[in-house]
Design a binder for this molecule. Structure first.
Ligand SMILES: NC(=O)c1ccc[n+]([C@@H]2O[C@H](COP(=O)([O-])OP(=O)(O)OC[C@H]3O[C@@H](n4cnc5c(N)ncnc54)[C@H](OP(=O)(O)O)[C@@H]3O)[C@@H](O)[C@H]2O)c1
Length: 231
């Protein structure tokens, strides 16, 4: 049975991804900061899926290291790692003078360093054919940036894209695919009620794209349907 670990799995896009992988019979590790609060769907009775909730805060070395050991009790191999946990600290329309510098630190701590920490710790569970999907954002595109705003968030996701490309180059000889994917604008706590896509619609597309990622796509930045996005 193929296995996946998804961070930020308790709500929004992460939770919809959990549902999608369960629907297709995967072994799912749903990683969340507070398992006590998580309200997850369980695999249906006739499903072959296996499901485990894992405590994991991407900003904590100790939490991620413990999560690795917990996963190891079940499997020594992950087929897919989805770094979905993310934060959007600002409103988005602030001018630089109004920005709190702490928002930059917070965005980088979770959206960039958190992903680096995850990949460092989970690397021993990945091998040839494994796929790492880093959930980025269209707001990360440097070449299409025209207006001010989203200072901390977009800078952190651009950095995530560069990090993705760098790790992809290092892992290429080991045949591990690493890609950055934008989920689209999605109705979640982060995306807000006006977004055009439901979390389920986004997750259906992401599932298809992530499970078909190939070595020639490693290092690239793409949309949920695998369309290329300018860096
Ligand atoms: N929604 C959109 O339109 C949109 C667009 C582009 C990109 N994205 C990206 O898609 C991903 C998911 O977004 P979403 O819309 O589903 O956001 P969301 O509804 O705000 O959910 C964010 C998730 O990340 C988790 N998280 C935050 N900090 C964490 C940490 N330190 N450790 C572990 N988990 C943490 C949250 O857990 P708690 O419940 O514990 O806080 C929650 O599960 C993010 O990377 C986001 O940047 C979203």
């Amino acid at each position: 049975m193929e296995s996946v670990l998804i961070t930020g799995a308790n709500r929004g896009i992460g939770k919809a991804l959990v549902e999608e992988f369960l629907r297709y019979g995967w072994q799912v590790f749903a990683a969340t900061r507070d398992p006590g609060k998580a309200n997850f769907p369980l695999p249906s009775k006739d499903s072959s899926s296996k499901f485990e909730i894992i405590q994991l805060d991407v900003t904590s070395d100790e939490s991620v290291a413990t999560a690795v050991e917990t996963v190891r009790e079940t499997t020594s191999q992950l087929d897919v790692l989805i770094n979905n946990a993310g934060i959007f600290p600002e409103e988005g329309n602030e001018r630089l003078a109004e920005m709190k510098l702490a928002w930059f630190r917070e965005a980088f701590e979770t959206n960039v360093i958190g992903v680096a920490r995850m990949i460092q710790h989970f690397r021993p569970l990945l091998s040839a054919g494994s796929r790492i999907a880093n959930i980025s954002s269209a707001l990360a595109s440097i070449s299409s940036k025209k207006h001010f705003g989203y200072y901390a968030y977009s800078a952190s996701k651009s950095a995530l894209n560069m990090f993705t490309r760098t790790v992809a180059a290092e892992f290429a000889p080991d045949k591990i695919v690493v890609a950055a994917l934008s989920p689209g604008w999605v109705r979640t706590d982060m995306g807000g009620p006006g977004a055009p896509l439901s979390a389920k619609e986004s997750a259906e597309c992401l599932f298809r794209t992530i499970t078909h990622l190939s070595m020639d796509q490693s290092g690239s930045f793409m949309g949920r349907n695998a369309e290329a996005i300018a860096l």
